[in-house]
Design a protein. Structure first.
Length: 345
């Protein structure tokens, strides 16, 4: 009998584990470390001069000279920069001291000289060398603005230099129209550093539009009356005076709205539970949408104590916490503890 053909199935390929290709064959590059330089031990002080310094001697002269700069570094006098050192009446700029931790660098560039009649070279300057000269621990900067300079005329200035700084010439020797005296103001601006000044409208005046004779609307200022009726609130009573009694008969709630009646009912419940409350405690027991009703409803149930053991509290009308029979209100006394702002920093 014929035999059935035999089909041999080849074995499935086995999965090989993942391995990074050529992990061992990639050579490791040597790590290049950054160069290490030793910082100098010389400590310096920097001055940020308020101008473009082209002559170092003139800049030192504007600061008062080396002796004046040394005295400023020692803390004996403020640093001043006079933009006109020769003028006696010129107001100087004052420097502000601040601590710093910077480095003083000496950088040397090589630039191509510009020949006359040719454009400037487009190539950037080449760096030749750079080194650290010292450590900067103190810095003086001039943050203030230059004030207006009020200087005397040239003719009067020559007379002042010849006769003396504080000599006033005789009025009779002066020609008509000539100013004999020079009395400059000490300062023009009271502040040196610019501030963000917020201009606000005057609360006493109000700008309105009025029609003139030609029928055009012109803006005008109307003064508000200082005798306008202020909104009435709770009665403010001193603890030494007689306390206000309760309303007899009680006030009618018919003039109140529905939401105000709900808030009024809750306020009476709270003052029946305890006679003295603080405004923060009352707000914690009321819904947020009823806060707008408190200014109208609180005078109906309580008054405000200005001083005494229950200072800044709301007391129920007709209740006197000073009476001996009301000993239970001693637990509602206020302890006022204030922390000055200067000691909290």
């Amino acid at each position: 009998a014929p035999t059935a053909p035999v089909i041999e199935a080849s074995a499935a390929p086995t999965a090989t584990p993942f391995r990074k290709p050529f992990a061992k064959s990639i050579p490791k590059k040597p790590v290049e470390l950054a160069p290490v330089y030793q910082l100098p031990t010389e400590v310096c002080t920097s001055i940020v001069f308020p101008g473009n310094v082209q002559n170092t001697e003139n800049a030192i002269r504007a600061l008062g000279g080396m002796d004046e700069i040394v005295q400023c570094f020692r803390g004996k006098s403020p640093l001043q920069a006079k933009l006109r050192p020769a003028e006696t009446y010129a107001r100087p700029l004052f420097g502000f001291h601040s601590f710093a931790s910077n480095l003083l660098l000496h950088v040397k560039y090589r630039r191509r000289k510009r020949k006359p009649g040719q454009p400037a070279p487009s190539e950037p300057p080449q760096l030749v060398s750079a080194s650290v000269v010292g450590l900067i621990s103190n810095t003086f900067t001039f943050k203030g603005m230059a004030d207006f300079q009020y200087l005397p005329p040239a003719k009067l200035l020559s007379n002042i230099k010849r006769r003396g700084m504080f000599v006033i010439p005789d009025m009779n020797d002066c020609e008509p129209g000539e100013e004999p005296m020079f009395l400059p103001p000490p300062v023009f601006s009271r502040i040196d550093v610019p501030t963000d000044y917020r201009f606000l409208s005057n609360p006493i005046f109000r700008m309105t539009l009025k029609t003139n004779k030609d029928g055009k609307a012109e803006p005008s200022f109307e003064k508000l009356s200082s005798r306008q009726s202020k909104p009435q609130g709770m009665q403010r009573v001193s603890c030494q005076n007689a306390l206000p009694p309760a309303y007899d008969p009680p006030l009618d709630d018919d003039e109140l709205s529905t939401s105000e009646r709900v808030t009024m009912k809750r306020l009476r419940q709270l003052f029946d539970e305890r006679p003295i409350w603080t405004q923060l405690a009352l707000r914690a027991c009321l819904p947020r949408n009823s806060f707008s009703h408190l200014k109208k409803l609180l005078p109906r149930v309580c008054f405000y104590l200005l001083n005494g053991p229950w200072r800044k509290t709301c007391c129920r009308l007709g209740y006197d916490p000073k009476l001996p029979e009301h000993k239970e209100c001693r637990i509602y006394q206020i302890i006022d503890y204030r922390c000055p702002a200067s000691k909290t920093r």
